[in-house]
Design a protein. Structure first.
Lengths: 212, 218
């Protein structure tokens, strides 16, 4: 296996990181919105969100990415492979974020809200200054855990032909008749990527503890 | 859309066969992973060396995407002279991948177990495998059950990756119909509903076992 091949796998890992970060950017705010809808028991939207989240959590990423890529292009909305990948993994992230944040919202103590009300905070101020900082702190381990799940689900986008780390490694293995070295390189890269997120979590936790 | 549904209905056999294949693979992998996981957990109770080995194994599995692991089994093992057909390779990969998780879940539940129960068991003469089987495992499984249910759902979801090594499971079936008749929306939504059904089944099963375990204890 040459240096050039190794570089291809590393490039694939770059795509993996890019897709994952883009999916997080899409999925986190949407998941927060769904969690707030479910927490606030918004009529009609709450049961709809519950069904969507349950369905999305049960659907494998492989199935979902095929659905998004082929069905949307069949309806005249043709997405590039990258966009379809981000849409798919973003939807999955949304579902998991919703569950993680809903758990945190449920365990938020009601005296916190009463206190915010008693000093006359409005709804958005209450959300921004009291609710969100607390649930973020509570949910951080869950969110990082979910991010590692997202990275581990990301090879699913290879079925629509996006060349990320796993697909790059398999292609090189098929071309050189030596499947193991590129796969092991890919494995090492995944370990590195996931370790980065876990270290980020520890860093954030430390900073929050200092701030608190 | 009605046309697409008609095509899908005409090929309901293919979809049903795919669903059954997914069910079969997941059930096999679940049982094997539970057995292997329990074995790993049992070993980890022994020597310190085994504990360290298990921790390393689990930390590695946590970082490896399932597809990459599947490729390592399917394309990597032949380099050492072990050639598996796609079905066997798929079940092996699912089993090995999840056994580590099950062992870790049991270890987590074991740490939360009250020591008194085990000491009481020892005091009335239970030891070795019988102690584990009769005294340690029942409350342990009750504690670890919800997390194990989630892991079982993960097995069902990961089984979809097997389409890449051409195992004819549910997503494979949906993709085949989609590719021939170009009905992507109907076929993949149908597949998604199939997975949903399986997951709701697992959740109901977990609730059922949990209820029975509670009734058993009181």
């Amino acid at each position: 296996v040459s240096w050039l091949d190794a570089l291809t796998v590393i490039e694939g890992a770059g795509i993996t990181v890019l897709v994952s970060l883009a999916s997080l950017t899409v999925g986190l705010p949407l998941g927060l919105a769904l969690a707030l809808i479910r927490w606030g028991r918004v009529p009609l939207l709450d049961p709809a969100a519950a069904v969507v989240v349950s369905l999305l959590r049960a659907t494998p990423s492989v199935t979902l990415v095929l659905l998004v890529y082929f069905a949307l292009s069949g309806m005249g909305l043709s997405l590039s492979r990258f966009e379809a990948a981000v849409a798919t993994l973003g939807l999955g992230t949304m579902a998991f974020t919703c569950e993680v944040l809903r758990g945190a919202l449920m365990s938020l103590r009601s005296d916190q809200l009463d206190a915010a009300l008693s000093v006359g905070m409005g709804r958005s101020l209450r959300l921004r200054r009291v609710v969100l900082p607390q649930i973020f702190r509570m949910a951080l381990p869950g969110l990082v855990n979910e991010t590692t799940l997202l990275i581990k689900a990301s090879p699913a986008v290879a079925v629509i032909g996006l060349v990320e780390a796993t697909r790059a490694a398999v292609r090189i293995g098929a071309a050189t008749y030596e499947p193991l070295p590129p796969l092991i390189l890919a494995l090492a890269l995944y370990v590195a990527i996931i370790a980065c997120f876990v270290l980020l979590q520890r860093g954030l936790e430390r900073r929050m503890r200092l701030a608190a | 859309l009605s046309e697409a549904l008609a095509i899908l209905w005409a090929h309901r056999d293919t979809m049903l066969a795919g669903l059954l294949m997914t069910l079969q693979i997941s059930a096999c992998a679940l049982v094997l992973a539970l057995v292997l996981g329990t074995l790993l957990f049992g070993l980890s109770l022994g020597a310190r060396l085994m504990q360290t080995a298990l921790t390393i194994l689990i930390d590695t599995m946590r970082c490896v995407p399932f597809l990459l692991f599947l490729y390592l089994i399917y394309y990597g093992l032949p380099a050492w002279g072990i050639v598996l057909d796609n079905f066997t390779a798929g079940i092996c990969a699912l089993t090995l991948y999840n056994a580590a998780y099950f062992a870790e879940l049991m270890r987590g539940a074991y740490r939360a177990l009250p020591v008194e129960e085990i000491e009481a068991g020892r005091a009335i003469g239970f030891h070795g495998p019988r102690l584990i089987w009769r005294i340690v495992l029942p409350p342990l499984i009750a504690t670890a059950l919800p997390a194990m249910g989630n892991q079982a759902i993960q097995i069902v979801k990961d089984s979809a990756f097997l389409l890449i090594i051409t195992v004819q499971e549910l997503t494979f079936a949906a993709n085949e119909i989609q590719a021939t008749y170009y009905v992507p929306l109907a076929s993949f939504v149908c597949a998604a509903l199939g997975y949903w059904l399986l997951c709701l089944g697992i959740e109901a099963g977990v609730r059922g076992i949990n209820g029975r375990a509670l009734a058993w204890r009181t």
